[in-house]
Design a binder for this molecule. Structure first.
Ligand code: ASP
Length: 312
């Protein structure tokens, strides 16, 4: 029997001081919700889904309710889930108005022959399975979007490459705060899940790492599980989560997390975070951003932090 463990994050980036308390309470609550399933002998996949649901329903996080908006002022959510036992996965991209995109990702995994579905068909599936609809825009997120759009326009940046210069300068430091969760259950099964509104002011139609298996998340019972946050384009180019899982063949989750962030820094740039969990229930967190909001819980207790191993 394995010691069940859950690790969740509420996003990397620059968390302003007035939001840190709410964010830490949010990740702690999500870890508790997911762990309650593991404690009753439930599976890693359901634990991860439960944790993500709690993060999606919490407007402080950029996922589900409270998602950030693209350049056109519209929400386009990405989410995915992966079962480390059979390497099955489901992802959804560019959906709007679905209260819990993680549920749709799981439906795509379990009810279709596909791994990733975007846009219109995703909406049709959500309707067919009677998923709850909701207006995910919050007034808090709307005022952040307006402020950031003004900065963006003043910078005259028109495409994503230039966005990233703004990001690097710290001007748009609050743009990233996706959610993610990893679990190991008492049978040694692993799972990973992630959900996001993406990056503020992204171009309509842009899909980030959160919908891309291997980049935004990965789970394999033989290795462990990992999920990324931050600038999705960097995570995709580094295949960040799969790279961290591969390293866990010989390294601890902390060493693996630190190594992938370090190599991202030198190869593609800064602006990423990752959490990892191995098949022994050991975990790690690393980031090149100022903060990474995360929490973990197992039978020995838990913690909730605004920082992991910072790799500046
Ligand atoms: N990785 C997400 C994306 O690029 C953003 C985030 O982690 O906050 O869509």
């Amino acid at each position: 029997m394995k010691r069940p463990t859950i690790v969740v994050h509420g996003g990397a980036g620059n968390w302003p001081s007035d939001k840190r308390g709410r964010a830490l309470r949010g990740v702690r609550q999500a870890a508790e919700n997911g762990f309650a399933i593991l404690k009753q002998g439930g599976g890693a996949l359901s634990a991860v889904e439960k944790a993500i649901l709690s993060l999606e329903d919490n407007p402080i996080f950029n996922a589900g309710t409270g998602s950030t908006m693209n350049l056109a002022g519209r929400i386009e959510n990405d989410a995915s889930i992966m079962d480390g036992t059979g390497l099955e996965s489901g992802s959804v991209a560019l959906v709007n108005g679905i209260k819990n995109p993680i549920k749709l990702a799981r439906l795509i995994m379990e009810k279709t022959d596909h791994v990733l579905i975007a846009g219109k068909t995703a909406r049709i599936l959500a309707n067919a399975f009677a998923l709850e609809k909701a207006d995910l825009r919050t007034s808090e997120r709307l005022s952040t979007w307006r402020r950031e759009k003004r900065i963006f326009q003043n910078g005259r940046s028109r495409d994503f490459k230039r966005n990233s210069a703004l990001l690097a300068s710290g001007t748009l430091g609050q743009m990233v705060d996706t959610v993610g969760a990893l679990a190991l259950d008492s049978h040694g099964r692993t799972a990973a899940g992630a959900s996001t509104g993406g990056m503020t002011l992204k171009l309509p139609g842009r899909i980030g790492d959160t919908a891309v298996i291997g980049a935004g998340l990965y789970a394999d019972d033989r290795l462990g599980a990992a999920t990324a946050t931050g600038i999705g384009e960097l995570a995709i180019r580094m295949v960040l989560s799969k790279s961290a899982c591969d390293l866990m063949r010989s390294k601890t989750p902390q060493a693996a997390s630190t190594q992938v962030i370090r190599s991202a820094n030198s190869r593609v740039g800064r602006g990423l975070g990752i959490i990892a969990l191995d098949r022994k229930g050991r975990y790690g967190a690393a980031h090149s951003t100022k903060h990474l909001c995360w929490a973990t819980l197992d039978s020995k207790g838990g913690l909730a932090r605004m920082n992991g191993q910072r790799v500046p």
